[in-house]
Each structure stands twice: as structure tokens, then as C-alpha cells.
Write a protein of this length. Sequence first.
Length: 335
Amino acid sequence: MGYEMNEEAFPHMPGKPWHREFLSIQTARPALFSRLPNMGEFIQHTASLNGVFAVPPLTRQQGKKREINFEENARLLRHMVHGRISRFIYGGNAFLYHVILAEYEQLLRCLSEMQSDELWFIPSAGPSCGRLMNQARLLRQFAPAFVMVLPCGNPRDAAGIEQGIREFAEAADVKLMLYLKDESNMGSDREAGLDLVRRLVDDGICMAIKYAVVRQEPGTDAYLSGLLERVDRSKVISGMGDRPAVIHLRDWKLTGFTTGSGCLMPRLSSDLLLAWRAGHFAEAEEIRTQFLGLEDVRDAWGPARVLHQAGELTTKCRNGSDSAFCFVALDRPAD
């Protein structure tokens, strides 16, 4: 598969190393997928949410400008593909809340070049209405299959959010994945927020929901129950990593799950999904427990921060400088 480097689009990116790494992913992909066991079962059509969605960090160059390090991101992607992960969401762990528009354009161009029937990339946008509309032009240009709308913490209500999301979806000409991280993400009126989610799904604007409201006991969740009364569960994926994945898949019958720790241990996340699909819940639970040590550290020190640092230790990918507003050094707990 050919690929021509656009130097103007990537002014800070070393062309030859990235080009080699990109081509190594492209050329290795068919042979890799054909020789892995159960790959025909594991990789379904990209429209399916029944799978593991890695939520990787976005590595950056050393130095004050902190440009995106596309070469190291390609190395991390290759590591995840070798672990049988084919779906990738670039969102919170990639610090896309803080990315500038020029970098956003570079990322969208990169992901659009790598998109294929086997690899599925979902960028995020937002979270504010103004930011969504600024990014809409670029999303219309590069036309990803889905875009995840980051959860907004700014002043908002259900009616305003619905209007803004509809205007963004029309401007970007893209289908959306909504990210529910808190019961108030869609406004302080919980029921009105869930109703707007239903309308966006019914109208074909929202195609998927990443559900990530943290519960001490994920088996008991009135908000999730209310969501599933309004939206078919086939459109909802567990969005909190491997910790609640088994309960969400087994008890709530959600269709897939996201993983941050699985960016480092992708084969384990893939095995967890296959065990669940086969009805081997005890095996899936045993696999899940292997993530808990890292998940405990991520909860204590900051999920994205630990993921960036742990990635350097386990995958040998250099993460470079911190993102502005998000320092990942582990010399103190997260604020």
C-alpha cells in the first residue's frame, strides 16, 4: 500500500522514520492478522462495536513546543496491533482536550491515511461548543467514520447541548459517539439529559455511546439502567477500562469495552473479550484481575499520567514532553 509524505502538513515530523514505521504497519497487517488465532472471528466489520477499543496516549517530542511525535505513536500502534487490537479512540488519554487546531489537523490527516477495513480510528472533538465548531471544518475534510464528543464541564443544559451537538454534527457531516463520564454531562436534569441522548440516537446522529460513569459497584447503576431503557444496548460500550469490563459485558450485556491499560498489554484485553464471547466468564474474570495493579496506580496518580509513564517502561515508546496543562511526571499525586 502506497503513502506519500506531505511535508507541509507535518512541518515538525521526521519524514523517513515515520514513513518506515507506517509502512511496516501497513505491510505487516495482512500477514499478522491471517496468522493470529481466531482473527477472522475477532476482527469484524468496522461498523461493529463488538470489540476492544484502545484509548492510547499521544506521544510528543521533547522540547518547549512539544510537537506530536508521529514516529513513536506509530511504534505504539504497531505494539497494539500485534496484540490483536484494531479499534482506537484518541481522547482523554491523548489529552485532546488541549490540542491546538494545527496539531488536530495533523492527527486527523495521519489517522485518515491509516484507516482501513482492519484498523478503525475514532478521533475526539470538543468539549466546548465553540471548540466543536472550530474542529468541524477539519472533520468534514478528513471524514472519519465516527467522532467522539468529549464530555463538557462548562455551563450547560440539556436543550443547549442538544442544539449544539446537532449543529456540530451537521457542520462536520459526521456520525457521533457520545461520552458519558458523569450523570451531569448532559445537564443537571438527569432525565432530560438521557432523553436527549435517545433523540440523538433515534435521529441517527449518535451511533454509539461510551459509558464511563464510575460506580463503586458497577452491577448497580440506575443511570445506566435509565440509558438502556432509552437506547439499544448494542450501541453502548463500557468506557472505563478493564476494571468493570466483565460486569458490563456479562451482566449489562454491553457490546464492547475501552482499555487504557490494554495499550500496554493488548493481548490480555483481546483475550478477555474472546473469553467473554465464548461464555468463559471465570477465565475473563481471571484475566481482568491481571490489570488491577496498574489500574489501582492509575486511579491513585491519574489515569492518563500513569499510562504515559508506564508506556515508556513497557513498550519502549518515548513519550517525550508533557502536554500543556497535563504534567505526567510521577513525583507527586494527581491534583
